[in-house]
Ligand binder design. Structure first.
Ligand SMILES: [Zn+2]
Ligand SMILES: [Zn+2]
Length: 122
């Protein structure tokens, strides 16, 4: 009955590296790989309430053509910080600021594959 039964979808909460704002990263599992399909503004409090922050993700998180970029600064890419959280990131940029752990990273380690296990505390 539900057309979406075959589609696995997940939401990861990310922060904008320019503005200390959260957004939801909509991921879809395609050929056993998690890909970015959409990004939308979300409040931290409502993200917590919806339980979006509990889903573990493994995949490349490459963008689909539909991916609009960060809803705040339009950055096309995302990066996984050492703190285990995701921030938006502009591909041409040489550094990224993680508002989750308040750290500026001058060297960006771009992972081939993400493995995100969101922590319970926000
Ligand atoms: Zn951004
Ligand atoms: Zn961090």
């Amino acid at each position: 009955m539900n057309q979406e039964d075959n589609i696995e979808v997940n939401i990861v909460i990310a922060k904008c590296c320019k503005h200390n704002q959260t957004f939801g990263l909509r991921l879809e599992k395609i050929n056993n790989n998690w890909l970015r399909t959409w990004a939308f503004k979300i409040k931290e409090s409502s993200a917590k309430r919806e339980g979006y922050d509990k889903n573990p993700i493994n995949g490349t998180l490459m963008p689909m053509p539909s991916y609009p970029g960060c809803p705040y600064c339009k950055a096309d890419n995302v990066v996984l910080c050492g703190c285990g959280k995701v921030s938006c990131y502009l591909s041409e940029s040489k550094s990224v600021y993680c508002y989750w752990c308040n750290t500026k990273h001058d060297q960006i380690m771009l992972a081939d594959s993400f493995s995100i296990t969101p922590s319970k505390e926000f």
